[in-house]
Design a protein around this ligand. Structure first.
Ligand SMILES: *[C@@H]1O[C@H](CO)[C@@H](O)[C@H](O)[C@H]1NC(C)=O
Ligand SMILES: *[C@@H]1O[C@H](CO)[C@@H](O)[C@H](O)[C@H]1NC(C)=O
Ligand SMILES: *[C@@H]1O[C@H](CO)[C@@H](O)[C@H](O)[C@H]1NC(C)=O
Ligand SMILES: *[C@@H]1O[C@H](CO)[C@@H](O)[C@H](O)[C@H]1NC(C)=O
Length: 576
């Protein structure tokens, strides 16, 4: 059992079995009614925190089961406060302490309007606090990034100057004070979250400003992550055709290299010579060419440094290959002394559900998950043409979860198993098909768990097939990823970016269900992941120095092949 989890004041169950897209989700602060709700939440929290020592004291006198439960709860809450905030303890009030922790130990910037994005500071109440060290250097670089972002934001004079350069086309580019990387909205939601984190890290490493193409639904899903300035590309951005850039675009880095277009004349500092394009398109999607892949080679990448505008399209978590670029290694090591925490920290920094999505998340959590002693997340993604459910997948889930004691066996011989201190386990299952949760729920209804535990099964939504950019579908998908990140134990499907996001945000090393071949249960059915980092599914397999094909999973100890995809790359801790 996890002793570090803080318990919330439990509210009465509300909401339907499915995540509905609307139905009274808290709205931004402007809405008076939800402002009241928020206030009630905050008040409930504050009074809960204040009452802690009293409840621990009182429980010494009253010994009935529910009070014992309460005592455990409060002691755990107390433990969390102490553990997270040792240094702040002396002479400061409890509410101040709660405030400090809300910034996730300095990962998040202060100074936001809390009501405009409740999840930013309330997530800490639902999720285990991170046990992974956050380097002071990362915090310092994030604050510096935020300054640059503000200075170069779309409402600044400097932005206007760079836009003028973009309009003018090729020119002398070394004078640009602000340089940008524009992330193009592309692919499914899980992939988008992974590529956005990758692009942000690239921006951090190259002192660029990240601007986000809002696509169809980015503003419905995510709050602004940076204080004082938007990350959204303005709607009147002059180069609108960037959204149709693809592998064939003559402006792509790969095609420019292939066609020997001069990307950056290295004499251009000298006023009389040379000119460079004002923008370059980086095609880093799964179908990218060998020329496009030279983005990850230091020497070829060099000329990009002075280009004011980069447009980047990807559906892959390309961070592992950034760790193979020698020029970034020292900086990356300082930012992430523990290599396998990149997405964990950047994800918690960047991705905050909007109030509408946060409403879905918190209502669902309070109705179905809050009361359980333990939460088990199971994320099922089946790469088959038919939607299922499949018997072999169900067998695989049982085989994995029982073998590793994540879920109890059932007793087929006894009808009733009585046990004094029953543990309640809530299974949160996410899948496009409803069949798996129904079958698991039935099994624990028809037979008792052999250890007497009480098992409940919840599935927020089922859509039968994946829809890439449908608005409410993605709000529910985002809510589900976020809910999975609140679990204590996580089981995910191989190749699932949805699972990668949940494990990274949650700081959870998942059990990965290996990909079934020929519709049979694989052996072993699952493996404990080496790290909580996502897998880069389409990495270059190339040695930039020797200019030959090479195994990039063998070059440094902290970049390895993934457990769920033999050719993919993922980050692991250096010491593993
Ligand atoms: C930037 O340009 C826009 C439109 O050209 C203009 O409205 C705005 O005032 C400019 N901003 C600054 C800070 O100069
Ligand atoms: C200019 O760039 C070319 C190719 O990128 C390189 O071979 C050459 O050494 C560079 N010249 C200088 C003066 O840096
Ligand atoms: C899982 O499958 C293996 C091989 O089929 C079997 O030996 C093992 O007993 C199964 N475990 C569970 C818990 O079902
Ligand atoms: C799957 O089945 C095909 C044809 O029956 C066979 O050739 C192949 O080896 C099988 N693959 C695995 C991993 O068992």
């Amino acid at each position: 059992m996890d002793m570090k989890r803080i318990r919330r004041p439990q509210q009465s169950p509300t909401g339907p079995g499915d995540l509905e897209s609307d139905g009274g989700a808290p709205k931004p602060a402007a809405d008076r009614k939800s402002g009241g709700r928020t206030l009630r939440f905050v008040l409930a929290l504050v009074s809960f925190l204040m009452v802690l020592p009293l409840m621990v004291f009182v429980s010494g006198f009253h010994r009935n089961p529910s009070f014992d439960r309460l005592r455990q709860v409060t002691e755990r809450g107390h433990f969390e406060l102490n553990a997270g905030l040792e240094k702040e303890m002396v002479g400061s009030s409890k509410s101040q302490k709660a405030k400090v922790d809300k910034l996730l130990g300095g990962l998040l910037a202060s100074g936001f309007d809390e009501h405009s994005c409740l999840s930013r500071y309330q997530s800490v109440l639902y999720r285990k606090s991170s046990s992974y060290l956050l380097s002071a250097y990362l915090m310092q670089r994030l604050r510096k990034y935020e300054e640059i972002h503000q200075k170069c934001s779309p409402s600044s004079e400097l932005y206007n100057q760079t836009i003028d350069q973009l309009k003018a086309g090729a020119g002398k580019t070394s004078s640009a004070k602000c340089k940008y990387v524009v992330w193009i909205s592309y692919s499914g939601l899980g992939n988008r979250i992974l590529t956005l984190a990758s692009t942000f890290l690239y921006a951090l490493l190259t002192n660029r400003v990240l601007l986000v193409d809002r696509g169809v639904d980015m503003t419905d899903l995510f709050c602004e992550p940076f204080p004082r300035a938007s990350w959204l590309l303005p709607l009147d951005f002059p180069l609108s055709r960037f959204t149709s850039f693809d592998i064939h675009s003559p402006n792509s880095f790969g095609n420019m290299l292939k066609n020997k277009v001069v990307i950056n004349n290295n004499l251009s500092d000298d006023a009389s010579h040379g000119s460079s394009p004002s923008f370059v398109y980086l095609h880093l999607a799964h179908d990218y060419s060998d020329h496009d892949k030279l983005f990850f080679c230091e020497d070829d990448h060099g000329p990009l440094e002075k280009i004011p505008w980069l447009f980047l399209r990807s559906d892959n978590y390309f961070v592992p290959s950034l760790f193979l670029i020698p020029g970034y290694q020292e900086e990356l090591h300082q930012l992430f002394p523990k290599t396998d925490t990149v997405f964990h920290h950047l994800g918690r920094y960047l991705f905050h559900p909007t109030n509408k999505v946060w409403g879905l998340i918190t209502r669902y959590y309070q109705a179905y998950l809050a009361q359980a002693d333990e939460r088990v997340g199971i994320q099922i993604r089946v790469f088959e043409t038919k939607s299922g459910p499949f018997q072999h997948v169900l067998d695989q889930i049982f085989n994995c979860t029982m073998q590793h004691k994540l879920l109890p066996q059932v007793s087929k011989t006894e009808n009733i198993i009585t046990k004094l201190d029953k543990k309640t386990k809530a299974i949160l299952l996410t899948s496009l098909s409803s069949g798996y949760s129904e079958m698991i729920r039935n099994m624990y209804l028809e037979h008792p768990a052999a250890n007497g535990d009480v098992i409940s099964v919840f599935q927020p939504s089922q859509e039968e097939h994946q829809q890439t950019e449908k608005q409410t579908h993605n709000m529910k998908a985002w809510a589900e990823m976020y809910l999975l990140s609140f679990t204590d134990v996580l089981v995910t499907s191989a190749w699932s970016t949805f699972g990668y996001v949940a494990q990274g945000l949650g700081g959870l090393k998942p059990w990965v269900l290996m990909k079934p071949e020929n519709r049979t249960v694989p052996h072993p059915p699952c493996k404990l992941a080496m790290s909580m980092e996502p897998c880069f599914h389409a990495p270059p397999l190339y040695d930039c120095k020797a200019k030959v094909g090479a195994d990039t999973g063998e070059m440094v100890p902290h970049v390895r092949h993934c457990e769920d995809m033999s050719w993919g790359l993922k980050l692991v801790d250096r010491d593993d």
